[in-house]
Design a protein around this ligand. Structure first.
Ligand SMILES: [Zn+2]
Length: 321
């Protein structure tokens, strides 16, 4: 298998080890950051990222796949420093994180042009560095797959075909975006094993999930702790049933944790975070909840060590390699 790009250079797929497939260290609004940098608390953001990095390392995690793309505040210098200081392997992405809006610059350019931007990050390097992207991120959410979102998806597909890089697509099961996203990728000729439909674990509708699995793609059961979308016990029951049906080789476990968002530094102000916590929407959300509570519960419910290894070591190796 080909080498996998991390912010510290390429590694062999066998070196990835225990991997969290979907966690964020840094994020922030890009326009606000440039226009009003005084509202960003970079020191606190750094301390929070460092805290999560140290915490996952203590659980034996060797690699974090970090899908912070354009419009979510990708910061390759910060990721590089974090990897250097902690020894964690951090796998960076290219791509665009949008549910609807595109800046005029991209709105008025083609899918092929956007694909060229992604290819640049994969082949030349990100943000003027020689750090190369390992995968391509795109998103569809409540507004659905409109013309703009479709263009970004086609761009992701074309960049994947040119480079071999896999695709991670943020999805919203409540809006049934997954099947349409898969359809676009397959239409463009992307192999199903290059595709990961993130956030599929936000539903326990097994028919919906198996429709995706039948297409041969990977699914992210990757928002553990975000009870606002689906509580942990229902996520666990879904994982156990999917394992029972033999789908381990297409499943990823993760938390989609985002320290600045969790701390009220980015999407929501602190008072909203407090309200959310009071309602139990994300009480257990962290980068280590999986190890502290979820994996023990899944083991108790019958998950084998081999299945866990498949989801957290072998699958990341195959999808990225
Ligand atoms: Zn995410």
């Amino acid at each position: 298998m080909p080498a996998v790009q991390t912010v510290s250079g390429a590694v062999e797929p066998e070196q990835l080890g225990l991997t969290l497939i979907h966690e964020h260290f840094f994020s922030g609004d890009e326009a606000v950051s440039v226009q009003w940098p005084h509202v960003r608390d970079r020191e606190r953001e750094w301390a929070l990222a460092r805290e999560s990095a140290d915490a996952v390392k203590a659980h034996g995690v060797r690699t974090i796949v970090e899908p912070t793309a354009m419009l979510l505040g990708r910061d390759i210098a910060a990721l590089h420093r974090l990897a250097a200081e902690t020894g964690l392997q951090i796998v960076p992405c290219t791509g665009i994180y949008t549910y609807d809006h595109l800046p005029q610059f991209l709105l008025n350019r083609s899918a092929d042009f956007i694909a060229g931007l992604f290819v640049h990050d994969i082949e030349q390097g990100i943000q003027g560095t020689e750090i190369k992207a390992a995968f391509i991120k795109c998103a569809a959410d409540e507004p659905g797959v409109d013309e703009r979102i479709e263009k970004v998806h086609r761009a992701a597909a074309r960049a994947s075909l040119q480079t071999g890089a896999p695709i991670m697509a943020h999805s919203r099961p409540a809006s049934a975006t997954g099947p349409r996203q898969v359809e676009i990728f397959l239409e463009e000729g992307v192999a199903p094993e290059k595709i990961q439909i993130a956030h599929t674990g936000d539903t326990d509708d097994l028919d919906y999930i198996e429709r995706l699995l039948d297409a041969g793609v990977y699914i992210g059961l990757d928002r553990y702790g975000l009870d606002i979308f689906l509580p942990t016990d229902r996520r666990n029951a879904t994982v156990i049933e999917l394992l029972r049906r033999g789908h381990a080789e297409r499943m990823f476990l993760s938390q989609d944790f985002d320290p600045p968002i969790a701390a009220g530094l980015d999407w929501y102000p602190p008072e909203v975070i407090e309200q959310l916590e009071a309602t139990g929407a994300a009480t257990n959300w962290s980068m280590t909840f999986l190890f502290e509570a979820v994996i023990p519960a899944l083991e108790q419910a019958g998950m084998t060590g081999e299945q866990l290894d498949t989801m957290m070591v072998q699958n990341p190796r195959r999808w990225l390699g």
